[in-house]
Design a binder for this molecule. Structure first.
Ligand code: 5GP
Length: 122
């Protein structure tokens, strides 16, 4: 799948749409989800044009990958959810119901997040 430079996260990175930024490095940006599903719901995105986890894991540089996951850990620490617990999640493709085609990790926390996955059919 080719990268769509008109996706909402690309527009946020270009400054064409606002975001509630919580952390930024050379290779990654973290901001609050516009429709939070938990008291803490932060999105971490790479600044490079990667469609998904599949694209990012195959094509990003070691520097981008290591910095990205350090940012995920940092925003969880900054949000104060390390002691109480949190969940990181990345949706990929149709079965994963990925809505925005720019790789991102969700960081959820601040409450009991319930079971991991509710299987809806065989
Ligand atoms: P996905 O289903 O692709 O894993 O999740 C996309 C997430 O992006 C959703 O949780 C949605 O609420 C969030 N989102 C979509 N558009 C915007 C936006 O313009 N700003 C922010 N901050 N979050 C957005």
């Amino acid at each position: 799948m080719a990268y769509d430079s008109e996706n909402v996260f690309a527009k946020i990175l270009r400054g064409e749409l606002p975001c509630d930024k919580v952390y930024e490095t050379d290779h990654a940006l973290a901001f609050k989800d516009i429709q939070p599903q938990a008291p803490v719901h932060i999105l971490v995105i790479p600044k490079g044009p990667y469609v998904s986890m599949d694209d990012f894991s195959e094509n990003a540089s070691d520097a981008e990958i290591s910095e990205f996951f350090r940012v995920v850990g940092q925003v969880a620490r900054d949000a104060g959810v390390v002691e109480t617990g949190y969940r990181m999640l990345a949706n990929h493709g149709d079965d994963g119901r990925q809505e925005v085609p720019h790789f991102h990790v969700h960081v959820f926390g601040g409450c009991d997040l319930g079971g991991m996955v509710r299987r809806v059919s065989a």
